[in-house]
Ligand binder design. Structure first.
Ligand SMILES: Nc1nc2c(ncn2[C@@H]2O[C@H](COP(=O)(O)OP(=O)(O)OP(=O)(O)O)[C@@H](O)[C@H]2O)c(=O)[nH]1
Ligand SMILES: [Zn+2]
Length: 344
């Protein structure tokens, strides 16, 4: 591999100066990017080839400095894509780091769900990456889809594409050049795999069609960074396709910048836009400037985020308490062992 290889993976001048200033920098230490995570080992692409090193908390997409064998130290993460762990806890799982563009993929057939697009875009902003909304199956479109969706994603671009006709593919390619890292987020059947294959010009990912008849199954089980020929790097992980990602208030504020802007004119700073007098948001709804459904969607996501952080806070508190109990017990045991008996 060459220096160019690192640049294709997203290495840039800023990374080079971070690496030079890093405490781990030195002779025999080189930069690389984590392209695959397997339990406690990670595969790192460097200019001298692929290395396998112990994982030590690394995620797909991390830039590291490594001595090639025993350790790898991560450079700062510019973005983080997290998911709620499946199960009753509110633990989070780090899915990928240093993603530049979250491509929000929504089909035009059946009609796109603007509520789902709002939700996915909120998750995208929350990761720190830039969302790009891509409406697939444009060959089956009815006409108003792009305008409808564009109205709910302030600050994000909306593209219509068709893998079937090739429409819009060049415009999309221009957003995903070599050196950029992207991930596709969208419901099953939206046409994500078909789209990546159409962009690449050959099969990179297995599509629903292929999987359906049992041929050529190569469903991803590992988290992986895939270099798409002629384009940037795609983060491919089964878990990333679905929802369940972690949103936050920052993400919500960006995804609903129109609502936030209106809210700035509410009489009360802590206005919840329900029944308060002088509410600029309700005023906009009454005048038809803001769809009622969009306000409902905003409130819904806001509640969800509040609920999520409340659960997390209470879990952190009980984790702290049980750690406290644990260390009291350890202390008592230690004292008993010394024959002094527990101090009560
Ligand atoms: N008409 C039309 N059909 C498409 C287009 N793109 C994808 N499809 C079809 O949509 C179906 C789903 O495509 P996939 O690429 O497997 O969808 P996916 O989003 O990868 O689905 P998961 O892997 O389940 O997440 C397939 O039957 C495709 O042939 C398109 O541009 N036009
Ligand atoms: Zn208000």
């Amino acid at each position: 591999m060459t220096d160019d290889m690192l640049e294709t993976l997203g290495w840039d001048a800023r990374r080079a100066s971070e690496a030079a200033a890093h405490p781990a920098a030195g002779p025999g230490v080189s930069p690389g990017r984590v392209v695959r995570v397997e339990r406690d080992l990670v595969r790192v692409a460097t200019q001298d080839g692929m290395l396998t090193v112990p994982s030590v908390g690394l995620a797909v997409g991390d830039w590291v400095l490594t001595d090639g064998q025993s350790w790898a130290s991560a450079l700062d993460r510019r973005t983080e894509l997290r998911r709620k762990d499946s199960g009753p806890t509110s633990d989070e799982q780090l899915l990928a780091t240093n993603v530049d563009v979250v491509v929000v993929v929504e089909p035009m057939d059946p009609r796109p769900s603007v509520r789902r697009v709002e939700r996915m875009t909120t998750l995208a902003w929350a990761s720190g990456a830039v969302p790009l909304v891509v409406l697939t199956k444009a060959d089956l479109a009815l006409g108003r889809e792009v305008a409808d969706v564009a109205s709910v994603v302030p600050g994000a671009e909306v593209l219509a594409v068709s893998a079937a006709t090739g429409a819009g593919l060049d415009a999309l390619r221009a957003h995903l050049p070599a050196g950029r890292t992207f991930v596709l987020l969208g419901p099953s059947g939206a046409g994500k795999s078909t789209l990546v294959n159409a962009l690449a010009g050959h099969e990179v990912l297995a599509t629903g069609d292929v999987r359906g008849d049992g041929r050529g199954k190569h469903t991803t089980t590992h988290r992986e960074l895939v270099q798409v020929p002629g384009l940037g790097c795609l983060v491919d992980t089964p878990g990333i396709r679905g929802v369940g990602l972690v949103a936050d208030e920052g993400g919500l504020e960006q995804a609903f910048a129109d609502v936030v802007e209106l809210a700035a004119a509410c009489r009360f700073a802590d206005c919840e836009h329900r029944t308060e007098p002088g509410c600029a948001v309700l005023e906009a709804v009454a005048q038809g400037a803001l769809p009622q459904a969009r306000l409902a969607s905003y409130r819904h996501l806001l509640r969800e985020i509040a609920h999520q952080s409340a659960r997390k806070a209470s879990q952190d508190r009980s984790a702290l308490r049980s750690r406290g109990r644990q260390s009291n017990r350890t202390m008592r045991e230690a004292m008993t062992a010394k024959g002094r008996g527990p101090a009560v």
